[in-house]
Design a protein around this ligand. Structure first.
Ligand code: C5P
Length: 398
């Protein structure tokens, strides 16, 4: 991390005492460290300690009380390669999630141009509270990386999840972040995600339980590594904002196909995770269909296969990955799909494994490689699965 500029934000929790060790480790790695402290954090660790260890003045207020000098939070936000906030208390987390800027740290967060990593720390009940969970989700959807709190003894005497990640763990996350950052620079990736909704009438549709999480996690991971992303997503609760992301929201398979057709030739990698409805109603009723007879028939017609279209229009320099969700003869069906759709690789998840697939936060995959080998992975959460898929793609690009 030699020469990397790390802006370290410290908020007011007991875990702030550990930041002295964290700064020592960062300095050992030859990183440049500047610190912003919230006023409350000064009760837990002295600015003098932080300033001495970081070898820089510490920023606390918008202006210096002694000489009246203004601290420019916009300049501070422009300076770092990474803005790390550790520990992040429940209070400061809520402020960041909702755009409050009542101190120098929160104002700098809103101005920061670099990527932000946060390491929350709080008592176990606060960490487990749905509000905290939602606030962390908001930060994540804004592209902030979270270093989860760890299990263990807490200052309250309770034992559970809420401890600040160990300084060594935080340094490892930063190191990996800087190492991986450049792998996909200059690469444009087209991703499809989520379900499609096929309208029956103005209020009803045919859809499925896909959450879109897998595709969004892959997008997040690639953005982290410098890729430019076009993410074509069906209806989902997932959100993501990033300067290098073009998020195209669609509803139906036909709309998804249209966006893919407009963008595929400009991309070098395609990752098609969307759970596209196989069939759509032959026609959509203009008016809400009234309840009348005992039974009711909807005539369906096959949807276009978007991935197959991309496979048919794949140039030599393009790498195309599809997904397969199978309930029986999984490997054989997935292999057939790989050939039929002209894919370089296919990610297989079988519904036979509890915890794998639709609408869940975990997944268990097998990758069929360009040489038709099977790579098996254990059950992991989707963020880690996304990282495995992205590493696999990087290793298999020409
Ligand atoms: O044929 P099957 O639907 O099982 O194939 C799954 C793969 O094909 C997934 O990668 C999915 O995103 C893609 N697909 C598609 N368009 C469809 C159906 C599936 O892009 N109409």
């Amino acid at each position: 991390m030699k020469g990397k500029r790390i802006l370290l934000g410290i908020t007011g929790g007991i875990a702030a005492y550990k930041i002295a060790f964290l700064i020592r480790l960062l300095k050992k790695e030859e990183a440049e460290v500047r610190c912003i402290m919230t006023p409350a954090s000064c009760d837990f660790i002295s600015p003098l300690t932080i300033s001495t260890l970081s070898e820089n003045p510490v920023y606390i207020d918008f202006w210096n009380q002694t000489n009246g000098e203004w601290t420019n939070h916009v300049d501070l936000g422009m300076w770092p390669d990474i803005f790390l906030i550790a520990p992040l208390t429940a209070n400061s987390l809520a402020k960041l999630a909702h755009g409050y800027c009542d101190n120098l740290l929160t104002a700098t967060y809103l101005s920061a141009k670099c990527e932000v990593i946060v390491a929350p720390a709080m008592d176990l009940d606060m960490y487990a509270h749905p509000t905290t969970f939602l606030n962390l989700e908001i930060l994540q959807s804004h592209g902030v990386k979270i270093i989860p709190a760890e299990e263990g003894e807490l200052a309250s005497g309770l034992v559970g999840k809420g401890r600040l990640a160990e300084p060594e763990t935080i340094v490892d996350v930063l190191k990996t972040h800087f190492q991986k950052k450049n792998d996909f620079i200059g690469k444009k990736v087209l991703i499809t995600a989520g379900p499609t909704y096929e309208h029956i009438d103005p209020v009803r549709f045919i859809g499925n339980h896909s959450s879109g999480k897998m595709g969004f996690d892959i997008a997040r991971c690639l953005l982290d590594q410098g890729a430019e992303i076009i993410l074509v997503s069906g209806p989902t609760k997932e959100t993501l904002h990033h300067p290098k992301l073009n998020l195209i929201k669609v509803i139906s398979a036909d709309e998804m196909l249209e966006s893919v057709q407009q963008n595929w030739s400009n991309c070098t990698i395609g990752i098609f995770c969307a759970a596209v409805a196989d069939y759509k109603p032959v026609m959509m009723s203009e008016q809400k269909i009234k309840k009348s007879d005992e039974s009711f028939m909807i005539e369906l017609v096959k949807n276009p296969d978007i991935l197959e279209w991309a496979g048919q229009h794949k140039a030599n320099n393009q790498f195309l990955v599809g997904f397969a969700l199978e309930t029986q003869n999984a490997r054989q069906y997935a292999m057939n799909k790989k050939v039929k759709k002209n894919l370089d690789a296919i990610i297989l998840n079988t519904l036979e494994d509890e915890g794998a697939g639709f609408g869940l936060t975990t997944n268990k995959i097998e990758i069929i490689t360009p040489n038709n080998l099977f790579l098996s992975f254990p059950m992991k959460n989707k963020t880690e699965v996304a990282s495995d898929i992205v590493s696999f793609i990087f290793e298999n690009l020409d």
